[in-house]
Design a protein around this ligand. Structure first.
Ligand SMILES: [Ca+2]
Ligand SMILES: [Ca+2]
Length: 91
């Protein structure tokens, strides 16, 4: 169990250092709280909240704006949810 936690923590750290939202599959699955294989906006927000905390972004309007922008950018097929492939698409 400890090994798994370490791996997830390393993945999160790596994801944050490379990009605000790049994610490994285990991390993606963790974000996918309802387990449907996609991230809705609320699930995506959980990912961004870590980034906001790290960057010291606390303004709720700014956070909503960045969440909306990021979500739209990631959701390339515009179906209102982000697949693992969309999450990791290089843009
Ligand atoms: Ca989901
Ligand atoms: Ca999509």
């Amino acid at each position: 169990m400890k090994k798994l936690i370490t791996a997830v923590a390393a993945t999160v750290a790596l994801g944050l250092s490379m990009s605000a939202s790049a994610a490994s599959k285990p991390y993606f699955d963790k974000l996918d709280a309802d387990g449907d294989g996609y991230l809705n906006k609320a699930e995506y927000r959980v990912n961004l909240d870590r980034y906001f905390a790290k960057k010291g972004i606390t303004d709720p309007v700014e956070k909503d704006r960045r969440t909306d922008n990021g979500f739209k950018k990631k959701d390339t097929n515009k179906d209102g949810k982000i697949s693992f492939e969309e999450m990791n698409a290089k843009k």
